[in-house]
Design a protein around this ligand. Structure first.
Ligand code: SF4
Ligand code: SF4
Length: 429
């Protein structure tokens, strides 16, 4: 397979347009190794198996060895027919699973769907049909384990399948997204947060788009897929990522060894700057986007892609949003016993929300933008984040409501199979 080789700089000539989240923080990292992103024209037909195999061969090299436990994480957002372009197409998933088996790996396919029962998603999405002759395990993510994704979030619950896997293949769908503009490789891995835990994160950080993007980026970085494939053969534009979106044939499969590079390259293909996507901004601020992205293959020039009208993560009038941030979003708190009053957090706070008054650190929570730079910066470990009482209460109420709806949904669907997935479990992918 030969590819035309081109390259571009994701930051537009090497300058960083967006300051890091923590603008005066630590020294710059060493330059990252170039990432590779491959574009290949494709259709949902018999040739797809060899296209995916060639792509995975090029991206994985020898890293997939016989006996390895491989987790495939497709976007299985909701029960929908493949032609609705909401989930990763079953033939793309099949081709990846087939490749894993050919290499002698043990293949597990899973997701924690945003909406509805896993069984129905497999049935309506034709996954059963596509995978019936392959020796693979298909199961929803149900068990969580604590994994440290870094400050300010710390140890969070991610599905145990991620920790158990030797290698992860991330299969996203190219879709518009009314809250994050696009959902591509990075955002797809939010599905590694199991069921109701997704709702919890929305309650804790979801009213702040940048903070939510940062959570997605740190989850992606922690899950660390070896390959990210994005199914853009039949993409979704308009008011995606669910049934309000409009299928848009683009006819391309994209794959890469770095999800941040994959997303950036797709933005270019769609004729938009990656900086318009909050997850890219967050990844850039955390210095996770490679300086050089090598693009191989035939990236089509997509014109007129319909980006969504962005919906606010917050709701209600502006004054109410301020109230929400103050009372619902987790906030930084100080352990005075550990604080040496060095003043570093005060000097670095971008919002001027930290004062030292009478030998005490004080926060102005109205000013605080919840960037959590202070938590990262404090070398004494004196700062942490804490849920607000109102946020906690709201989270419990939401979770209880969701459990009730899940139970009713289960009863109405005839109780044929127990499913740990919450029909309303959080952010759509
Ligand atoms: S950086 Fe840490 S030790 Fe220094 S003043 Fe802030 S909380 Fe205290
Ligand atoms: S006090 Fe608030 S705004 Fe200031 S650094 Fe901490 S989290 Fe960010």
């Amino acid at each position: 397979m030969s590819f035309e080789i081109r390259s571009y700089h994701p930051h537009g000539g090497g300058r960083r347009a967006t300051p890091p989240l923590c603008s005066r923080a630590e020294p710059k990292r060493e330059a990252m190794a170039p990432a590779t992103v491959i574009f290949k024209k494709a259709r949902y037909d018999a040739a797809l198996t060899s296209i995916v195999a060639e792509m995975l061969d090029a991206l994985l090299g020898n890293s997939l060895q016989p006996g390895m436990r491989v987790l495939i994480k497709p976007n299985l957002l909701m029960a929908s027919r493949p032609e609705r372009a909401i989930c990763a197409h079953p033939l793309v998933v099949r081709a990846a699973a087939d490749y894993v088996l050919q290499k002698g790996g043990h293949c597990r396919i899973g997701d924690s769907p945003g909406i509805g029962s896993f069984e129905k998603i497999l049935k309506d999405g034709e996954y059963h049909q596509a995978l019936s002759d392959l020796d693979v395990t298909i199961a929803p993510f149900t068990v969580s384990t604590k994994i440290d994704i870094g400050p300010p979030f710390g140890r969070i619950d991610l599905c145990a399948d991620v920790a158990d896997a030797d290698l992860i293949i991330n299969i996203a769908k190219l879709k518009s997204h009314v809250q994050m503009r696009l959902t591509l490789g990075v955002k797809n891995l939010f599905g590694c947060v199991v069921g109701l835990k997704k709702t919890e994160w929305h309650m804790r950080v979801g009213v702040d788009r940048n903070l939510f993007a940062r959570l997605l980026v740190q989850i992606c970085q922690t899950v660390h897929p070896a390959v990210t494939l994005v199914d853009g053969i039949l993409a979704l534009e308009g008011q995606g990522p669910g049934k309000s979106g409009t299928p848009r044939p683009i006819g391309v499969l994209i794959g890469g060894n770095n999800p941040f590079a994959v997303d950036a390259a797709i933005c270019r293909m769609l004729g938009t700057t990656p900086d318009t996507v909050p997850t890219h901004q967050a990844a850039k601020a955390l210095e996770l986007v490679p300086d050089i992205i090598l693009t191989l293959g035939d990236a089509p020039m997509v014109t007129g892609f319909q980006f969504p009208v962005i919906a606010p993560l917050e709701f209600g009038p502006k004054l109410f949003r301020k109230f929400m941030r103050r009372h619902w979003v987790q906030r930084p708190v100080v352990n005075s016993a550990a604080c040496s009053l060095c003043g570093k957090c005060h000097r670095h706070c971008p919002a001027g929300a930290i004062q030292i008054h009478r030998q005490q650190l004080q926060f102005d929570y109205d000013r605080c933008i919840r960037c959590y730079c202070c938590v990262e910066i404090c070398k004494e470990g004196a700062l942490s984040t804490r849920e607000t009482p109102a946020g906690k209460l709201l989270r419990h109420l939401t979770a209880a409501g969701a459990r009730l709806r899940a139970r009713m949904h289960h009863m109405h669907s005839g109780g044929s199979r127990r499913c740990d997935n919450d029909p309303t479990a959080g952010q759509s992918r």
